[in-house]
Every structure is written in structure tokens, then in C-alpha cells.
Design a protein around this ligand. Structure first.
Ligand code: GDP
Length: 599
């Protein structure tokens, strides 16, 4: 029965995708346990996919059994909803993102697909560390927030506050959220994006008890705060839910205050893509034109045992359709689209086409990865995700039975493809497989996936923390000799300021620098390095810089490669503990080279 519903919804979604004013791409973000999943379930129930009474207990979006058992959201699942809002049908592509810090990378990727977020905050706990993080992540991507203060019932049932105290708590949370918006908003949006109960950008309610109110909904339903308070007090939340259902108020806020893709792409295009605005793709993205060339950014890849790789992402220009030839930019590969579809929670439902401004999925792009640009033209790639999350913990894993080894390798390949924050490597000395992740929970869940989902029994070492080396103060100038003692080099080492280091990580620059290469020089300058120094960088390794600070040394080019090589080796295995070195600038100040190049 629910299967039929899914098909119906998919075909309604298909129709609405063409009416871009009626589309909203949204995320639901929050600190862990503040109620994202309960809210999503309610909205999905309202659209008819799950039983309303079960909403909040069923965890429809948390479909991986690990998520059900642990009661948390791991994957950013996506679903297309087609609710009727005040007599008009809309398409709401919704992503429920994880709140646990171990899965922050998922949130960052999801932000690229959406234009707005509903920020869920627990009325009792208020703004928590992860609330701040998700607000920053959204604003960094030019994604507009609205606020849902959830679990209002707890204020009455657990804290027994009076009306005045309740108001005071709301004001405190709203003020904290607005300070975060003001300090992190993109230019020109710090005031216009403030949330305000007066204009309906703040909603109060209880997702678990299926109700929500805002000043806008109160005008419509005629019930006021006093009545809501009294009904809560007298244990009649069902009454509130009947008069002011959660989904009505929530969809009203989403449709009324979060931008449609035409509005959003006007200001987001320049942030997510730095190509030529006058080019064919540039013009089409700015206009969110379904007739333009295809430009899609993949934000999530999942590997389906039957269908193969499914690449989900946001279409910014053109229309995904069967038979369209696309390029996987950056990989120099081409592919022909043979199936496209939308996600109805766990299920992929095929549709005819996905036009600009929607979130959709392509089946069969074998080599796509999260962050990939897919286009009909040779366009410049989308900006990479602003993520500098690096794995912090590692375990070594081994197949219990040697015959499982090829399968284990394949499973690891698949898991790291689906989750860019999971890294795999092989310890060259011992031959062990090393799996690195964002925290113990992250690795435990992947261990479970290997063993239970994919059926490969493994033994896992206790986790080891990934250490890095760095320095805290600048060294004196120090002289070293080449092994043959014929050459002397004067060098110094100093810390790279934290901000510059972060920007270098954000921009993911690494490697040997081509002399006078404008693109490299630009990247260094954008990270905050002065123009003169930017021109003198020889190499960047693990975000450490090697800078040539010498003047007029003859034949310096003869040793350039060797100095870079030495630098790279030192940055990979530092002098303290042979761990990776991070955040260090090495400057070559002067040198005396043997006259004879052979030495
Ligand atoms: P998530 O981690 O943000 O997805 O949070 P969940 O939706 O899983 O909710 C976390 C816990 O809070 C669950 O036990 C929910 O039943 C509970 N919860 C969610 N909404 C409410 C609410 O409005 N009132 C109360 N009292 N509990 C709620």
C-alpha cells in the first residue's frame, strides 16, 4: 500500500519540479537529540507516507538498522514531499542531517544541496555547541535559517515554568541564535536573515506531540499563546495538535520564508561556483534554467547492491534525463544518463527528468563521488566543500578468514566512497588495513556495516588516536649541510597563523608549486598570505609551506627539487615522533652551493 503512495508522490513531485517557484530545498539541522528526526517523521507522516500516530516512533528517515538501534541519524537521507500548504501544492525536497559531531561532514555536504534550513533547538537545553556549528555551516553556504523551538512541553512538564518564565527562555534562545546569524551571515544578510517571532520565522512546538504555533499560524487558527499554555498545563496537547498541527505551521514557515531555487540561485551561484558568470553555464545557473546545459553537484553517493552507484545531488542548471551525455568534470570521463529518480526515504523511485532547482539522483555514474561536478559542458568545477574535518582516530582491521580479503577490500572501497570522511590506507610495513574516522562512534558503525551489512567477519584493533606534530614558536636561523658537506643551507621554521592554516585546508591546496603559476599565487593570496611571499612558495605539503626567501643565489634551481623532496619527507614524518607535521612554514633564507653542479 505504501509502495503505491510512493509512486504517486514521485509523479506529483515530477510535475512540481517544473514549477520552480513552488519548490523548496531544505535541510533540518540541530544539536543531537533536539528532535530533527521526530520533526522529519511528522512532516513525512503529513504527506501520507507513514501512519500519523507512529510519527516520531517510526524513524522513517533513519532507515539503516544501525540508526534504528542507536536512535540517531547517521546518513543525511533525503526525501521529496508534496504537501498541500494553504490550498496549494508544493514540492519540498528535504534532507534530515546527522547531529552527532562524528558526522559533521555529512551536514556540510547536505548544505550544498539545499537553500534553507529549519534549525531545531530544544526549548530546555537551548543553543548547544553543535547548534552553533550547524548554523555556521549553513550560513557559510549561503543557506538561510528559520528556527523551530521544539520540546516546549518539557518546559511545563519537567521545569514547571510559568508563562513569563517561558517567554524569557524563548527570548534567550532567539537572541543567541540571532547573534550567531549576525556574526556568521554572508555579506548583506546579517540583518535580513535574523529570525523573529513577529514575522513568522520562529515556530514553537512539540514535534513529539505533533503541534506547533507561530504568530502567522495563530492569526490563521485563532488560538493564542495563553490558550496553548493553558492546554499544555492541563495536559491537553492532543487538543493543540488538532487545532494547530505541526506540519501546517512548519510547512507554512518553510514555504513563506525559505527561498525557492530561482531566488536562491541568484545569490548562491557566485558562492558555490567561481567560473565565468557570462558563460552559457554561468548564465543558466543564475537563472536556474532547466533548458540550459546540465550542471549538477553530487552531494552524496550510495552503493546499491542491485542498481550500482546512485549519485544524489543538486541540479543547478539544465535537466537530467535518460540519454543525456554528461562529463564527470575532473575525472575526464563521460557517461550517458540511463536512469534518474528521487528518494522517498530509503527508496529510490524512478522519474522521467530532474530539472534545475531540484535534488535528484542518477543511477549508474560509476565513478562519481561526493563533491563531483557533472555537466554537459567542460565547465569549471563547483567549489569544493568547505570542510576541513580530518580523521582523528584509526583502527586496524583484518578479515577473520583470509579468503574474505578480496571482499573486505571491496567493502572498504564502497564505504569510503559513500562516506568521504572515512579514510582507508594500508600500513606498508605490516600490510594491515587501517580505517580512520571522525570518532569512535563513526568507526564502530562502519565496523558494524562491514560485519553485519556486508557479512565479512573482522578483527578490529583498539582505536589509536591520530597524532600530528607542529611547533609553537619560531626557530632561530639554523644552518645545515648537505650529506656531502659541500653545500650549506640556512633555514628557519615558524608556525603558520591558525586562520591561514584553516584556509589552506579549506582550499585543499597541496603539491609542488609551478614557478610563477598565477593560479597557485591566487590561492595563496586568498588564504591570507602576502603577495610577495605567495610568489615564493615552492611547495605545500600537509598544509605546511616551503618558501624561498633567498636572494641572488646562482644555480639555486639546481637544488630546488632536492630541497622540496627533503621538505616533503620531513613533513610526512616529523622529528618528534615520526607523525605528520602540520601548520609549519619552512623558509630557505640563504645558501652556499658548490660551484660545480655535480656536487
Ligand atoms: P535528533 O537526534 O535530533 O534526530 O532527535 P530525535 O528526533 O531522535 O529526538 C530525540 C529524543 O527527543 C527522542 O527520544 C524523542 O522522542 C524526543 N523528542 C522529540 N521531540 C520531542 C518533544 O517535542 N517533546 C519531548 N518531550 N520529547 C521530544
Amino acid at each position: 500500500c505504501s509502495m503505491g503512495r510512493k509512486e504517486d508522490m514521485a509523479s506529483a513531485a515530477q510535475k512540481l519540479m517544473g514549477q520552480q517557484e513552488d519548490v523548496r530545498n531544505i535541510g533540518i539541522v540541530a544539536h543531537i537529540d533536539h528532535g530533527k528526526t521526530t520533526l522529519s517523521d511528522n512532516l513525512i507522516a503529513a504527506a501520507g507516507l507513514i501512519n500519523k500516530e507512529l510519527a516520531g516512533k517510526q524513524q522513517f528517515m533513519d532507515f539503516e538498522d544501525q540508526e534504528q538501534d542507536r536512535g540517531i541519524t547517521i546518513n543525511a537521507a533525503n526525501i521529496s514531499l508534496v504537501p498541500n500548504v494553504l490550498g496549494k501544492q508544493y514540492l519540498i525536497n528535504m534532507i534530515d542531517t546527522p547531529g552527532h559531531v562524528d558526522f559533521g561532514g555529512e551536514v556540510i555536504r547536505a548544505m550544498r544541496a539545499v537553500d534553507g534550513v529549519v534549525l531545531v533547538v530544544d526549548a530546555v537545553e537551548g543553543v548547544m555547541p553543535q547548534t552553533e556549528t550547524v548554523i555556521r555551516q549553513a550560513l557559510r553556504e549561503n543557506v538561510r535559517p528559520v528556527l523551530f523551538i521544539n520540546k516546549v512541553d518539557r518546559l511545563i512538564n519537567e521545569l514547571q515554568v510559568d508563562e513569563a518564565e517561558m517567554q524569557k527562555r524563548f527570548v534567550k534562545t532567539i537572541t543567541q541564535v540571532n547573534i550567531l546569524i549576525q556574526t556568521n551571515a554572508p555579506a548583506g544578510k546579517d540583518q535580513t536573515w535574523q529570525v523573529n517571532p513577529g514575522n513568522g520565522t520562529v515556530t514553537f512546538g512539540s514535534a513529539y506531540n505533533h503541534w506547533a504555533v507561530s504568530t502567522t499560524s495563530m492569526k490563521r487558527t485563532g488560538i493564542n499563546f495563553k490558550q496553548v499554555y493553558d492546554l499544555m498545563k492541563s495536559d491537553q496537547q492532543k487538543e493543540i495538535a488538532a487545532k494547530s498541527p505541526l506540519e501546517d505551521t512548519m510547512f507554512e514557515m518553510v514555504v513563506g520564508h525559505l527561498p525557492n531555487p530561482i531566488q536562491a540561485q541568484k545569490y548562491r551561484s557566485a558562492v558555490i561556483w567561481s567560473g565565468d558568470k557570462e558563460s552559457e553555464v554561468g548564465v543558466s545557473m543564475l537563472a536556474c534554467d532547466p533548458k540550459g546545459p546540465v550542471a549538477m553537484m553530487v552531494t552524496d553517493v550510495s552503493v546499491d547492491p542491485h542498481a550500482g552507484d546512485i549519485a544524489t545531488g543538486r541540479v543547478y542548471s539544465g535537466t537530467l534525463k535518460k540519454g543525456v551525455k554528461v562529463k564527470l568534470i575532473g575525472l575526464q570521463k563521460e557517461a550517458t544518463i540511463n536512469r534518474v529518480g528521487v528518494y522517498m526515504g530509503p527508496e529510490f523511485v524512478e522519474v522521467e527528468s530532474i530539472p534545475a532547482g531540484s535534488i535528484g539522483a542518477i543511477v549508474g555514474l560509476r565513478e562519481a563521488y561526493a563533491g563531483q561536478t557533472v555537466s554537459e559542458l567542460d565547465m569549471r568545477e563547483f567549489e569544493s566543500f568547505k570542510t576541513n574535518v580530518e580523521p582523528v582516530i584509526t583502527v586496524s582491521i583484518e578479515a577473520k578468514q583470509t579468503k574474505d580479503l578480496p571482499k573486505l577490500i571491496e567493502v572498504i572501497r564502497q564505504l569510503t566512497k559513500e562516506d568521504p570522511n572515512l579514510r582507508a590506507s594500508i600500513n606498508q610495513t605490516t600490510g594491515e588495513h587501517l580505517l580512520s574516522g571522525m570518532g569512535e562512534l563513526h568507526l564502530e558503525i562502519n565496523q558494524y556495516r562491514i560485519e553485519k551489512t556486508h557479512g565479512v567477519p573482522i578483527t578490529v584493533s583498539p582505536p589509536i588516536v591520530v597524532y600530528h606534530e607542529t611547533i609553537q614558536i619560531a626557530s632561530p636561523e639554523l644552518e645545515g649541510k648537505s650529506p656531502n658537506k659541500h653545500n650549506k643551507l640556512l633555514m628557519m621554521v615558524e608556525p603558520i597563523p591558525h586562520e591561514i592554516h584553516e584556509k589552506l585546508m579549506d582550499a585543499k591546496v597541496k603539491g609542488k608549486v609551478k614557478l610563477k603559476d598565477k593560479e597557485w599565487i591566487d590561492k595563496f593570496q586568498q588564504a591570507g598570505i602576502g603577495i610577495d611571499e605567495s610568489k615564493k612558495v615552492w611547495a605545500i605539503e600537509n598544509y605546511n609551506l616551503l618558501v624561498d626567501g633567498t636572494k641572488g643565489i646562482q644555480a639555486l634551481h639546481e637544488i630546488r627539487e632536492l630541497v622540496i623532496q627533503g621538505f616533503q619527507e620531513a613533513m610526512h614524518a616529523g622529528p618528534l615522533a615520526k607523525e605528520e607535521v602540520h601548520g609549519v612554514k619552512v623558509t630557505l633564507i640563504d645558501g652556499k652551493l658548490h660551484e660545480d653542479a655535480i656536487h
